[in-house]
Write a protein that binds this ligand. Structure first.
Ligand code: SF4
Ligand code: SF4
Ligand SMILES: [Zn+2]
Length: 152
C-alpha cells in the first residue's frame, strides 16, 4: 500500500489517514452497522477538528502549514494532545512534526505507510483501535470499546 495522502497530514501532525472517523468515511461503515461519525480529514473538510484548530488562531487563520513553523511549538495544547495520543493511540504528533521538519513530508508518508499497513490486506489500520476497516469489519462490529486497542 502506498495510499496515504499528503493532504491528510494535519497541521498539528495528526495523520488523518489512520483516524477512525476518516476510515469510517472511506469505508462507508455506517452502512455496515458501525456507529462511528464520518470525517473527510482536517484539511479537506476545513473544519475545527476536536483537537487544536479551534483553540489556535494561527491554525484557524491558516497562518502555519504545520505547527513546527510556529514559534511556540510545541505549545501546551499540542503537548496535551500528543501525550494522549502517545499513551492511547501509538502515535506522537510532535514526533511526526519533527520528522517532517527534518526529512520532508514524503518521508513521513513512507514511514506512516509502513507503520500502519494491515498485514492481511495492505490497507491502513486505525490508530484508535488497531483494526483494519477494510478487512476487519467483523472485528470492528464486535468490538466493545471502539476507541481503544484492547477491550480488556
Ligand atoms: S476527526 Fe480530526 S483527526 Fe480525524 S480525520 Fe477528522 S480532522 Fe482528522
Ligand atoms: S504549536 Fe503553534 S500553531 Fe500549533 S497549535 Fe500550538 S500555538 Fe497553534
Ligand atoms: Zn486489512
Amino acid at each position: 500500500m502506498d495510499n496515504m495522502k499528503e493532504e491528510l497530514i494535519a497541521p498539528c501532525g495528526m495523520n488523518c489517514n489512520v483516524c477512525s472517523s476518516y476510515l469510517a468515511y472511506l469505508n462507508d461503515t455506517k452502512g455496515k452497522g458501525i456507529g462511528i461519525p464520518y470525517c473527510a480529514g482536517c484539511r479537506p473538510r476545513d473544519k475545527k477538528c476536536a483537537f487544536l484548530k479551534k483553540r489556535c488562531s494561527l491554525l484557524m487563520d491558516g497562518k502555519v502549514e504545520y505547527c513546527y513553523q510556529c514559534p511556540d511549538c510545541p505549545c501546551d495544547n499540542l503537548k496535551h494532545v500528543d501525550k494522549r495520543y502517545q499513551t492511547l493511540y501509538r502515535m506522537s504528533l510532535i514526533d511526526n512534526l519533527e520528522y517532517i521538519k527534518q526529512n520532508g513530508i514524503e518521508a513521513l508518508l513512507t514511514r506512516e505507510n509502513e507503520k500502519w499497513r494491515c498485514p492481511e490486506c495492505g490497507e491502513a489500520i486505525c490508530c484508535h483501535n488497531g483494526i483494519c476497516f477494510s478487512c476487519g469489519i467483523e472485528r470492528l462490529r464486535s468490538k466493545k470499546k471502539l476507541f481503544r486497542w484492547e477491550d480488556e
